[in-house]
Design a protein around this ligand. Structure first.
Ligand SMILES: Cc1cc2nc3c(=O)[nH]c(=O)nc-3n(C[C@H](O)[C@H](O)[C@H](O)COP(=O)(O)O)c2cc1C
Length: 161
């Protein structure tokens, strides 16, 4: 399958998650591409609810892919404003398998993780994607690398039939 991994990462945690997903999908015979979203200017407001202009310079075209994985950090108890903007600008996702993956500090999903997944998944579904529940790795819990290893293996398994 052709799988797009589109993600935002400021301090590298979500990048490590995306990289691990990419490695596992590639190892299981898929053609996966990871795109780290870039913006013209630094994102000033951390809440996705705040109005701000975000110009993405490398938004991928999902039409070339069978599946789209979307990742980002939890910011201000919700999704990354950049990932929400990117999803809103994506083209049609009808018929595509979509999954969200996030990283966050607190080991409590209610401190932003649930809200991030809810909004990301809803936005993906509104584009026609067939959306799963989503995957979270928590910094505060420790063993972050092991969490990444296990969650990315779960994601790769979805595509192993
Ligand atoms: C502006 C900002 C807001 C954050 N808000 C939250 C939050 O509400 N809940 C939480 O658990 N972590 C929060 N964090 C921590 C990040 O979600 C966490 O460090 C994440 O793994 C960073 O991902 P990255 O390294 O890919 O940027 C916040 C971090 C930043 C920079």
């Amino acid at each position: 399958m052709k799988i797009l991994i589109m993600f935002h990462s400021k301090t590298g945690n979500t990048r490590a998650f995306a990289q691990s997903i990419l490695t596992k999908l590639t190892a299981t015979g898929h053609t996966a591409v990871a795109i780290e979203l870039q913006t013209e200017k630094e994102i000033k407001k951390t809440s996705f609810r705040s109005k701000q202009e975000i110009k993405i310079t490398n938004l991928p075209d999902p039409s070339e892919y069978d599946a789209v994985l979307v990742g980002g950090p939890v910011w201000a108890f919700g999704p990354s404003p950049l990932i929400m903007e990117a999803i809103s600008q994506l083209g049609d996702l009808s018929g595509k398998i979509c999954h969200s993956f996030i990283t966050m500090h607190f080991f409590f999903k209610f401190l932003g993780g649930s809200a991030a997944l809810k909004h990301m998944n809803r936005a993906l579904a509104s584009k026609g994607g067939q959306v799963g529940e989503g995957f979270v790795c928590y910094k505060m819990r420790g063993h972050f690398d092991q969490q990444i290893e296990s969650k990315s293996a779960q994601i790769a398994k979805i595509f192993t039939k």
